[in-house]
Write a protein that binds this ligand. Sequence first.
Ligand SMILES: Nc1ncnc2c1ncn2[C@@H]1O[C@H](COP(=O)(O)OP(=O)(O)O)[C@@H](O)[C@H]1O
Ligand SMILES: Cc1ncsc1CCOP(=O)(O)O
Ligand SMILES: [Mg+2]
Length: 280
Amino acid sequence: MTQSITEVFADAFKTTFPLKSSPLVDCITNPVTIESMANALLYIDAKPVMADLPEEFPKLFTQIDALLLNLGHISPERKDSLLAAGRYAAETHKPAVVDLVGVAATQLRYDIGQQLLQNHPNVVKGNISEMRRFAGLKSTGRGVDGSQLDQSATALAELTKALQELTERFPNTTFLATGETDLVVSAKGQWRLENGVPQLDRFTGTGDIVGALTAALLSIGLSNDEAVVLTVSYFNCCAEVAAAQNTAGGIASFREKTLDQLSLLADQADWVQMVKGEAL
Ligand SMILES: Nc1ncnc2c1ncn2[C@@H]1O[C@H](COP(=O)(O)OP(=O)(O)O)[C@@H](O)[C@H]1O
Ligand SMILES: Cc1ncsc1CCOP(=O)(O)O
Ligand SMILES: [Mg+2]
């Protein structure tokens, strides 16, 4: 009998939302979704700072609680900044999330992602197509988007196995592959999450927000697995409520309602009843 995700992570589901402290998260990220990301952190009662100049890191890292490294828009400066911050987080023991945006698209991003992995970040995430590429499997992702072709049951099973192999070399890292089904793979186990709605694929920044919120949860005492499972489940439940409310609206209204729920759903104790997922 497989165990439901809410049974496996019962304590974390009971106690995490609403947040009881305001963790400060430094996000080195892309200019496309930077504002959505900063506001999403504020909506769950965390604090954002979007600082990426390496000269600032010695002072900055004494203040921040977690770090997000997002590969969405690479420039020579941002590449240096991502690599320097990744090393700094490892040296100063700050929890770190790496979001492999666009890794399926170019070798340069793949190489940066692999370099960042060598620091053993707490979480490495991407959409299903990005994670397939990163794990050395054939990927049909284009640009920064995941591909439907990479979401078949066979493709997911293949990805689970490839990520399990990665955890043998990186036992302190949890891997998250997002899409219609989300896969969470770590040295401690594998889980499948089933919340969310297809409209989440139709506005930009959904994966980016999941990365930033995961970083916030890592810094309040949750384990890597708990932080990933709680973030994806909470975000996707927000989207389900938004979709149910958005009967007459377009995608822009759905986006606003989803972001709105980030600050609302936590106060409804029964949101956990909506959560779907299980151990593999
Ligand atoms: N078709 C879908 N059905 C349900 N949830 C989805 C779907 N597509 C994406 N999501 C959810 O949206 C969030 C972002 O995932 P994804 O679109 O894969 O990332 P990215 O924006 O990085 O490509 C995740 O929480 C994921 O579970
Ligand atoms: C469209 C785009 N181009 C570079 S970064 C970016 C945003 C990607 O956001 P997400 O990974 O959440 O889809
Ligand atoms: Mg993404």
